[in-house]
Design a protein around this ligand. Structure first.
Ligand code: ATP
Ligand code: MG
Length: 561
């Protein structure tokens, strides 16, 4: 959808209003501000598509800003992964920025605040400070250090910066109002002492600025016009503005913070901290495990960037939180792959069929259409021979008339090939069918133009020629959580809802055209679903991930319940 075709969301209305009131369009600037403490997830995709989408719509620059003020949790690995994901989603940032690049400027501003009597060094323990916070209905208590002289504050803050104190010995607090009805305004902490090496500034800084102090000032330094964040920051807005007012110069852009609802996806978790727990505890194989709701997990699973952008667009931006059903995400990828993924044949639970009247040793290469939804996709050749594999569940010795697949005495068409008729089957001592014996109608070849080739039979099956088949490992996934809202329970931890059967590995056979298939390639295995070549795959050892089924089987199951 182009910008003009869809109606504006409430954030776009805010921008439009600002422009109407005289805000110069050329001063519009946005940012996406991830904390590099984990990999990006599908929730972040909403924020990325929002901010970068606004950049495209208004032809305004968008910065990628790493909010890297907590060296205890942040790492270069995460910075690299975030950059890769944003790029892969198809967006280009204007500047790559780091809050840590502003540490000196922030420090200088903090000194200004001290000089104006608007910040002070508190030497109490964090417990003491917490005990004085008060409650929403009861004012907090002032710290005994609140009225230190400017000189003393300047001296202590400078020595904090030099590293003369131990972690936790002092903090710098804004001096606002301990009786404010907004508890965040009750002398919030601006700096803490932390002797910890930072992934970019190394050991330069023994003090680190807090989020609230950093975020608005970073927006201001970069001259971001609209700073969009999620609802949990709504109460922080007052503080955001208080901090800005203390450094703001007339004539420069004063950033505007507005909030939108966090996106939650059913049957999954969108919290980096909790996703990290899944990785650390080995519930999944890593951040890019195809069951993870991370961008990297979805990519490995076979999702396209377009499908994720489409999903974010469809879900849109809301003022109130709600749970988006994961089947909408699945719908988006199915719709995209239906157009893009070549259709091939694979048999994942094989049983052998012997066509007794087909000459031994003979093979034929038949024409198969790559994708009827894409007229440029063309045709390929698939080999046919006397022995083929079909899916075990596509055969029954006996079945009623509604079973349109193969049964003894019945006929089916083999996709792109002939009509066969099941004559007999061979079983092992336990009664399992090991071989189905069929005959074929030699005149019924698909596309041959004969009357027999146009003969209608009820079922069409996919198949793979036994001597040409290539073995493949196929990883089939189910939801990682058994509950729609695994972290929505007060009395239960999300880990209690892990689905023990979320991964099922099987061995199947694929047609030989897939022999050289490379990591990341996506296919439709006809009648089975969409599959993507995994990064573990090599020639000679193909590995596929199931991306999604052809239909929304999940919705059907839920309907039945
Ligand atoms: P998490 O709890 O997963 O760590 P976060 O909000 O702490 O999320 P950040 O790296 O700080 O993660 O987020 C970067 C940006 O993405 C922020 O502007 C944040 O508001 C936004 N964001 C994070 N999660 C979601 C979500 N589920 N839906 C929409 N936006 C989100
Ligand atoms: Mg955060």
């Amino acid at each position: 959808m182009s910008e003009k075709e869809r109606s504006l969301n409430f954030l776009e209305h805010i921008i439009e209003e600002d422009i109407r009131e005289g805000f110069p369009k050329e001063n519009l600037r946005f940012r996406f501000p991830p904390e590099p403490n984990g990999y990006l997830h599908i929730g972040h995709a909403s924020s990325i598509c929002l901010n970068f989408g606004l950049g495209l719509d208004y032809k305004a620059p968008v910065n990628l800003r790493f909010d890297d003020t907590n060296p205890e949790k942040e790492e270069q690995e995460y910075v690299d992964a975030i950059k890769k994901d944003v790029e892969w989603l198809g967006y280009e940032w204007d500047k790559e920025c780091y809050a840590s690049d502003y540490f000196q400027q922030l420090y200088d501003w903090a000194v200004e605040l001290i000089k104006k009597g608007k910040a002070y060094v508190d030497s109490q323990t964090s417990e003491e400070i917490a005990a004085q916070k008060g409650t929403p209905s009861k004012a907090g208590e002032e710290s005994p250090y609140r009225n230190r002289s400017v000189e003393e504050n300047l001296d202590l803050f400078e020595r904090m910066r030099k590293g003369e104190f131990r972690s936790g010995e002092h903090v710098l607090r804004a001096r606002i109002d301990m009786a404010s009805s907004n508890m965040l305004m009750r002398d919030p902490i601006m700096y803490r002492i932390l002797h910890r090496s930072h992934h970019r500034t190394g050991n330069d800084w023994p003090i680190y600025p807090m989020y609230d102090w950093t975020h608005g000032e970073s927006d201001y330094i970069e001259q971001v016009s609209h700073s969009f964040c999620t609802l949990e920051f709504a109460m922080h807005r007052e503080l955001y503005e208080w901090f800005l007012d203390n450094v703001y110069d007339d004539g420069r852009v004063k950033p505007k913070q507005r909030e939108f609802a966090r996106r939650n996806l059913s049957h999954t978790i969108v919290s980096k901290r909790k996703l990290l727990q899944l990785v650390k505890e080995g519930v999944v194989t890593g951040w890019d495990d195809p069951r993870m709701p991370t961008i990297s997990g979805l990519r490995r699973r076979g999702y396209t960037a377009e499908s994720i952008r489409n999903f974010a667009d469809t879900v849109g931006i809301a003022k109130r939180e709600n749970l988006v059903d994961v089947s909408l995400l699945e719908f988006c990828i199915r719709e995209d792959l239906n157009k893009k993924a070549p259709r091939v044949m694979a048999v994942l639970d094989p049983v052998k069929v012997v066509i007794t009247n087909y000459p031994e040793g003979q093979e034929e290469w038949l024409d198969a259409e790559n994708n009827p939804e894409d007229e440029n996709a063309g045709f390929r050749k698939v080999p046919f021979s006397r022995e083929i594999y079909i899916e075990r569940e596509d055969f029954r010795e006996e079945a009623n008339r509604k079973f349109f697949r193969l049964k003894l005495g019945g006929e089916v068409r083999l996709k792109n090939a002939y009509i066969i008729k099941a004559e007999d089957c061979v079983k092992d001592s336990e009664g399992n069918v090991t071989e189905i014996r069929c005959t074929y109608d030699a005149l019924s070849k698909s596309g041959s133009g004969t009357e027999e080739s146009m003969r209608k039979v009820k079922g069409t099956l996919h198949w793979v020629s036994v001597p040409h088949a290539i073995e493949a490992e196929v990883r089939i996934y189910d939801r990682l959580f058994t509950d729609a809202e695994p972290d929505g329970h007060k009395d239960k931890d999300f880990m209690e809802f892990i689905n023990p059967d979320s991964l099922n590995i099987t061995r199947g056979y694929v047609e030989p055209s897939l022999k050289e298939a490379g990591a990341g390639e996506r296919y439709q295995f006809q009648r089975l679903g969409y599959f993507c070549v995994d990064k573990d795959s090599k020639t000679g050892k193909l590995v596929f991930n199931k991306t999604v089924g052809l239909r929304d089987t999940w919705a059907k199951i839920q309907d039945k319940n």
